[in-house]
Unconditional design. Structure first.
Length: 200
């Protein structure tokens, strides 16, 4: 089933050579952070595939010092929407924010476009909690909880509530009111060492 909606980066790169050249001029962290921030907006839930691809392409191809600006991000958002990403985008099939219950409390996670993603993550975590103490399992559990704390912190920064709904249909172009706030949006997914220490 996962292969039905897979979007190979190589295929996208071959369909968008001009886009790839522009990406090479950019700082990969700056650009990936901008697109990562857009993933946190409920208004763009149904554009999840496009945004995830743009994060990966930014990190894979970015090799310059150019920063993420409104014009560039808007153009890249629209360009990737034509081709494999646009064809793979469907309306979101579940809530935007799921809630995962654990012995250490509840954590908010973003569903993306997958149906019942939170449900399956909950089942997985329930199994992990039943694993024996020690023998490497404790390290696995701590890594998982670290990711859950990060996820919940991002949701808190964005003011997201559990079971919040997102946009049902994909946007063809990045809305101007979102593009105008790129710096603030990108900061939602940037964490300093102090931020990470405070979450530990």
């Amino acid at each position: 089933m996962a292969n039905i909606t897979s979007v190979p980066l190589r295929s996208i790169a071959s369909e968008h050579p001009t886009l790839c050249e522009r990406l090479k001029e950019c700082d990969p962290i700056s650009l990936a952070g901008a697109f990562g921030g857009l993933l946190v907006l409920p208004e763009l839930q149904s554009n999840c595939i496009r945004l995830e691809v743009l994060v990966h392409l930014s990190l894979a191809l970015g090799a310059g010092s150019g920063t993420a600006n409104e014009l560039l991000v808007t153009e890249l958002f629209a360009a990737v929407g034509s081709g494999p990403c646009g064809r793979a985008e469907d309306p979101a099939e579940d809530v935007f924010v799921a809630s995962i219950g654990t012995p250490r409390g509840n954590f908010r996670v973003l569903e993306g476009i997958w149906e019942s993603g939170g449900f399956f993550l909950q089942r997985f975590l329930d199994a992990v909690e039943k694993m024996p103490k020690g023998s490497g399992y404790d390290d696995l559990r701590e890594s998982i909880y670290s990711l859950l704390r990060l996820s919940d912190a991002v949701c808190a920064r964005a003011g997201l509530a559990r079971y919040q709904l997102g946009n049902e249909t994909p946007e063809q172009d990045l809305p101007a009111e979102i593009a105008n706030r790129l710096e603030a949006i990108g900061s939602l997914v940037r964490f300093s060492e102090t931020d990470l220490h405070d979450l530990a």
